[in-house]
Unconditional design. Structure first.
Length: 429
């Protein structure tokens, strides 16, 4: 059941969110009378482009400040007041009117109503952040003044200049100024700025809710591998990474190899994005394709010309929500997250695509004849180089655990040492 008892049935279509069949899907239809063949794998750059177009930005919602962290602004953040809202003291000391010496006539503390107006030759003791009394012309820092018997004299030869150590009203912004644009990520600093500017809540595009379905009878949740069974590496790996990519992970469900269980899980999910691991190839217990056909989903990507990760897929459910099937091998699944899941999450969450990173290879890397390769690398920021790492087979994670990024190796020939190319930074931390 969905949240609040509401369940999104797969047969229910969200108006305006179902796109025309992609060029790839159209090209995979057999001609009349021709024998049906497997569709060709999409080139890696094209697969990423299709994934970017597969998610429609979620509707904005109003959230209290303490619940808005991690979303993006669904509209510009405009100042509701001048900042500061009144002239304030930037230092502890004395607010003075005119030239000295001055007679100290009171004090002004932060959080109190402004002290009555000062006349020429008057001063008040003042705390940092306190409202400046009307008539005050400057602030003398505590270490720069000397007060005796309510008489204040400057302790330095120079007299204070008008406006000294004063934060004037509107110094940071005026009411109505745009502080941040639409699409800005809501960070802790943004929450602080919004609070200072008078906001109690923000309208944000929420984090897309993701449900992760881990498939495979061979997977163990704990203990050592035994009797043909292996540990599930993706269950621990994917949820924290998906959160780093902007998702709210609803949960992780381990289903084993059972078509009916998978269908019920997909049919009953109300997540904004469903992600499965394993079952995307054509083996005897690979049920993702049959289940998608049963739901009436449309395949947008059915295989990508990339190594590792070739048997990944992207589909659109009948109600318009995206579905991504990751390969079961760990490094292949990571490749699929970078290729399909990350672009879909950015589209759903209204996040901009990050600037492409580039680095020169510190060693030669053989390319695949026809497919893009994604190779774990360690980055040297000072030298702007990427060192290819060992242990980069589809089922391996040892190389990835030491990696900062994945180097994109175009098909054909060899990428020689010193060749500069794209790197996909693995923002783990």
């Amino acid at each position: 059941m969905g949240r609040g008892g509401h369940r999104r049935r797969l047969g229910r279509v969200r108006s305006g969110n179902v796109r025309p069949m992609t060029d790839f899907a159209a090209s995979s239809r057999p001609a009349t009378g021709a024998r049906k063949t497997a569709p060709a794998a999409l080139p890696w750059p094209e697969a990423r482009r299709v994934a970017t177009g597969a998610g429609r930005r979620l509707a904005g919602v109003r959230r209290p400040l303490d619940e808005a962290l991690g979303g993006v602004l669904d509209g510009p953040l405009e100042a509701l007041t001048d900042l500061p809202a009144f002239d304030t003291s930037a230092m502890d000391g004395w607010a003075v009117a005119g030239t000295g010496p001055w007679r100290v006539v009171g004090e002004a503390l932060a959080g109190q109503c402004p002290h009555p107006a000062l006349l020429e030759g008057q001063a008040v003791r003042i705390a940092t952040g306190a409202a400046l009394p009307p008539g005050a012309t400057a602030v003398i820092r505590r270490e720069h003044g000397c007060a005796t018997d309510d008489q204040l004299r400057p302790g330095v030869p120079e007299l204070p200049v008008p406006g000294q150590d004063v934060r004037p009203r509107g110094q940071e912004c005026r009411a109505g100024d745009q502080l941040l644009p639409t699409g800005a990520a809501v960070t802790p600093a943004v929450l602080g700025l919004a609070a200072a500017a008078g906001y109690d809540e923000l309208r944000v595009v929420p984090r897309p809710r993701v449900e992760l379905l881990v498939l495979g009878d061979e997977l163990l949740g704990r203990g050592l591998p035994h009797d043909g069974r292996v540990r599930d590496a993706l269950g621990p790996l994917l949820p924290p990474w998906l959160r780093r990519l902007g998702a709210a992970v609803d949960g992780v469900r381990r289903l084993g190899d059972d078509a009916e269980s998978l269908f019920r899980a997909v049919d009953g999910s109300d997540a904004d994005l469903i992600v499965t691991t394993g079952g995307t190839a054509s083996g005897p217990v690979d049920f993702v394709h049959p289940v998608l056909r049963r739901t009436g989903a449309r395949l947008l990507v059915d295989g990508v010309a990339v190594r590792p990760g070739h048997p990944m897929l992207l589909a659109q459910l009948p109600d318009g929500r995206p579905f991504v099937g990751l390969p079961g091998n760990p490094l292949a699944a990571v490749s699929a997250v970078l290729t399909l899941v990350a672009p879909v999450l950015r589209a759903l969450g209204g996040r901009p695509e990050p600037a492409a990173g580039r680095a020169a290879l510190a060693d030669s890397v053989p390319a695949h004849p026809t497919d893009t390769r994604l190779v774990p690398v360690a980055l040297d920021d000072r030298a702007r180089t990427a060192e290819p790492l060992r242990f980069h087979g589809p089922a391996m994670l040892r190389g990835l655990a030491a990696a900062d990024a994945m180097a994109v190796i175009p098909p054909g020939g060899t990428a020689e040492r010193g060749t500069e190319g794209e790197v996909l930074v693995l923002d783990w931390e």
